[in-house]
Ligand binder design. Structure first.
Ligand SMILES: Nc1ncnc2c1ncn2[C@@H]1O[C@H](COP(=O)(O)OP(=O)(O)OP(=O)(O)O)[C@@H](O)[C@H]1O
Ligand SMILES: [Mg+2]
Length: 204
């Protein structure tokens, strides 16, 4: 895979793509890190870390990701990512930090004045992800800031068709995302939660 990368004029904020580094010595959280322990050859499709604001969700996700050898594409979301085009552009940029050619065709499809052809973009992205060797985690930090139904639908489509070696990990706070989560669980009855619902950490 090679080709198109996100253009500088796309308004990309590069710091949204960095896995945050801990700024202090961390207190061990064995119960939570144990919940997130997984066999890397059998990575879950979805990992959700949910807790109130400031409870250490981002830190826990980074600890978990640092403890395994998967490829990690990180995206810190902000309220402007409720715009589908911006969300998809940043999603591709996050993946391209780890695998340069991923999403080249998706970017070409996004480059239109009309509404982006979401399904074609996602199909192309999923096919690219399917060709990647090894395991990949796409981490979406602060997913609760996304309010747009079309972004939730895009993520649901991605989850529904995710290649077997790809995991989506999201951190969320508040309750607005639970509507999306419940809908996802109803559509995917095999979803298992490692804790009660809504869970602090869960996997499917
Ligand atoms: N295990 C830990 N040991 C020490 N400090 C921690 C630990 N986990 C988190 N912190 C500190 O607590 C603060 C909040 O952590 P973090 O940003 O991970 O929380 P959050 O739940 O993601 O917050 P937000 O809701 O704002 O996104 C940070 O200053 C972080 O360094
Ligand atoms: Mg956070």
């Amino acid at each position: 895979m090679a080709g198109r990368t996100v253009a500088p004029e796309a308004g990309l904020l590069g710091t949204k793509l960095h896995v945050p580094l801990p700024r202090r010595e961390l207190v061990p959280r064995p119960r939570l890190t144990e919940l997130l322990r997984v066999d890397e050859s059998r990575m879950p499709r979805l990992v959700v870390v949910s807790a109130p604001a400031g409870f250490g969700k981002t830190t826990l996700m980074t600890q978990w990701l640092a403890s395994n050898s998967c490829r990690v594409a990180w995206l810190s979301l902000d309220p402007m990512d409720s715009d589908l085009r911006r969300f998809l552009t940043h999603l591709v940029a996050a993946l391209q930090t780890q695998a340069i050619g991923v999403g080249a065709e998706a970017l070409a499809l996004l480059d239109t004045d009309r509404a982006p052809p979401t399904q074609s973009i996602l199909v192309s992205l999923i096919n690219n992800l399917d060709q990647l060797p090894g395991s990949t985690v796409l981490a979406l930090d602060d997913y609760h800031v996304v309010e747009a139904l079309e972004v939730h639908e895009a993520l649901t489509y991605l989850l529904d068709h995710l290649p077997p070696r790809v995991t989506i990990a999201i951190s969320v706070t508040g309750s607005s995302w639970i509507i999306w989560w419940r809908r996802y669980c109803v559509a995917n009855p095999t979803t298992s939660a490692a804790s009660s619902s809504p869970p602090p950490c869960c996997m499917s």
